[in-house]
Design a protein around this ligand. Structure first.
Ligand code: HEM
Ligand code: HEM
Length: 139
């Protein structure tokens, strides 16, 4: 499976999960998980979709190991952050207990973003999304 499709599958799965949580919040009239809902949809659905689109439009044959590291890093960090938020706002554990998980998750999501920036900036590997534009990688 290519990287953009892999991101798309994860993105849509987060969308389903986030919407289910949103429907649960609306139906139960308990908006306690609002922050979790917002981040499942933003860090999970939206950011994974954006990364998938970047792969599709701007990255031409990025180094496989780097691309896979960036993907796994983003997903592991997102799952850690979202699980941490879910437990925090569900009152399942205290802030002191969850802080390491939330800290690792947050920094991991940021590191994933920086690694994506590196792949986009890497000379000769990013291509213009404009139709007909010369492909730098081929040059
Ligand atoms: C089945 C669809 C959805 C349902 C039933 C739903 C439900 C909700 C509910 C009940 C809240 C809490 C509102 C409040 O207490 O102020 C909320 C907040 C939020 N939702 Fe959704 N939502 C859905 C889809 C989405 C989608 C697709 C996104 C983004 C891509 C999204 C992003 C947000 C954000 C960012 C907030 C927080 C807003 C704030 O800070 O006040 N939601 N949603
Ligand atoms: C490193 C990853 C991130 C961390 C650690 C983080 C942390 C936070 C925190 C602490 C809040 C305040 C929650 C509160 O009201 O108590 C917040 C709110 C919010 N964040 Fe993030 N965030 C991250 C990524 C993102 C991204 C990538 C987006 C959008 C693309 C986003 C969208 C929002 C929105 C819409 C709110 C307001 C809704 C809410 O109150 O939950 N966040 N975030």
């Amino acid at each position: 499976m290519d990287m953009s499709r892999r991101y798309l599958v994860w993105s849509l799965s987060y969308a389903a999960l986030g919407m289910a949580l949103g429907i649960y919040m609306a139906a139960s009239h308990n908006h306690g998980q609002l922050v979790t809902h917002a981040h499942v949809l933003m860090v999970g659905f939206v950011l994974s979709l954006v990364y998938g689109i970047i792969h599709r439009l701007w990255l031409d044959a990025p180094r496989r190991a780097v691309a896979m590291t960036q993907f796994v890093l983003h997903q592991l960090a997102a799952v850690a952050l979202l699980a941490g938020l879910f437990m925090l706002y569900g009152g399942k554990a205290g802030e002191e207990t969850l802080e390491p998980l939330l800290g690792i998750g947050s920094v991991g999501v940021l590191a994933g973003m920086l690694l994506m920036l590196y792949m986009v900036l890497r000379p000769g590997r990013a291509r213009s999304a404009e139709p007909g534009a010369p492909d730098q990688a081929a040059a």
